[in-house]
Ligand binder design. Structure first.
Ligand code: HEM
Length: 351
């Protein structure tokens, strides 16, 4: 067995555990509600993806990982408020109340991460992402302070890149399946036939073609990351447009993903069948579909994210049926990711 396969099995195992926890929590809520429940699903999806990323990152130091991630989430909220609230260059250096709160959180996060690192170094080897970061730091020729910063920054990056994006993707996909019961039924039939009452594993999710098509379509219509950006490292020219060195070029993902020139006249419609022959069959050129970005800086966690989405959604479909609740108000909003402005409310029944 190669190292890659060992890691894949380990990751699939921990996604399965987090999924079972999520599904059991819905079963309890539905039982308490007498067979049906009106659930705002956003927070449940966040707990699921937070659980996966804490375990993937911090292995057996997982409960301390959760503490760190709780503070990172608070920091992320504070940061998005600060950016939206002022917009004044340099304002993030002023000792305002919210800045002081953010600085205190930063300090706590650093202390907690370095505490886990110390425990880990004393306890020995584990196969999690923290271990990979530590080994990356060890093989560099950075100074002690820079090593600490490297470790703290990488742990923060993994969390910020992998938590909200996966949670919001699952939320949008479930909303679309609730609004399209024919597709919900098709994917459920596929999941039930392939899994036969078992928890889906890597082989099973590979066989789930309809589910893959629906996830692709959901990431097309609601890509969590709205902009893929690149800085011009030298003066460049695209056609007639001159781009001076240092300028950031933003590609608007939603615009690319819904252009009728690229996707055809039904570009705003939920139609997973367009992915029946993969991404190349769905649009004019495959690099116009970029939910995970493109090129050498493409998302490092895309395989993990797809495993998470496939195991979670197929398990939910095998255990529950659901429709849109009358409480739901459709209002996609751009915060750090494109998320449902008022959350997603589903009426969920146990099968
Ligand atoms: C559905 C979920 C996810 C979506 C839609 C997503 C999307 C993206 C996008 C659009 C980028 C920028 C790529 C570019 O500039 O070309 C990115 C980068 C990145 N993502 Fe994800 N991501 C997801 C989940 C994850 C997960 C679960 C992890 C980690 C466990 C992760 C780790 C990263 C990292 C480390 C980068 C930076 C790569 C680099 O700069 O070299 N992502 N992601």
């Amino acid at each position: 067995m190669t190292i890659c396969m060992i890691y894949r099995e380990w990751l699939v195992g921990l996604v399965q555990e987090s999924t079972v926890t999520m599904v059991n929590s819905w079963k309890s809520i539905i039982e308490a509600g007498g067979g049906i429940a009106d659930i705002k699903i956003d927070q449940h999806m966040r707990s699921f993806s937070g659980d996966v990323i804490s375990r993937a990152c911090f292995g057996s130091n997982y409960s301390k990982g959760e503490e760190i991630f709780k503070r990172l989430r608070a920091l992320q909220e504070a940061a998005s408020k600060r950016v939206l609230a002022t917009g004044i260059p340099g304002a993030r250096h002023l000792p305002t109340k919210s800045n002081r709160e953010a600085w205190a959180l930063e300090k706590e996060i650093k202390t907690l991460i370095l505490q886990v690192v110390k425990e880990r170094t004393e306890a020995g080897y584990e196969k999690d992402l923290l271990q990979m970061v530590l080994e990356g730091a060890k093989s560099s020729d950075l100074s002690r302070d820079d090593i600490d910063r490297f470790i703290v920054d990488n742990c923060k990056n993994i969390y910020l890149a992998g938590y909200e994006t996966t949670a919001v993707s699952a939320t949008w996909c479930l909303m679309l399946l609730a609004a399209n019961p024919d597709w919900q039924e098709r994917i459920r039939a596929e999941a039930v036939e392939i899994c036969r009452g078992q928890i889906p594993d890597a082989d099973m999710i590979r066989k789930m073609k309809q589910l893959t098509m629906a996830i692709n379509e959901s990431l097309r219509l609601y890509p969590p990351v709205s902009v893929v950006s690149r800085e011009a490292l030298k003066d460049m020219k695209f056609g007639d447009i001159k781009i001076p060195q240092g300028v950031n070029v933003w590609t608007l993902v939603t615009t690319l993903h819904t252009d009728p020139e690229i996707w055809g006249p039904d570009s705003y419609k939920f139609n997973p069948d367009r992915f029946a022959n993969g991404i190349t069959g769905a649009c004019k050129l495959p690099h116009l579909y970029v939910p995970f970005g493109v090129g050498p800086r493409v998302c490092l966690g895309q395989n993990l994210a797809l495993v998470e989405l496939k195991i979670l959604i197929s398990m939910i479909l095998a255990n529950f049926s659901f429709s849109i609740s009358p409480r739901y108000k459709h209002s996609p909003a751009l915060h750090l990711v494109i998320e449902p402005g008022n959350g997603v409310d589903l009426l969920v029944k146990k099968l």
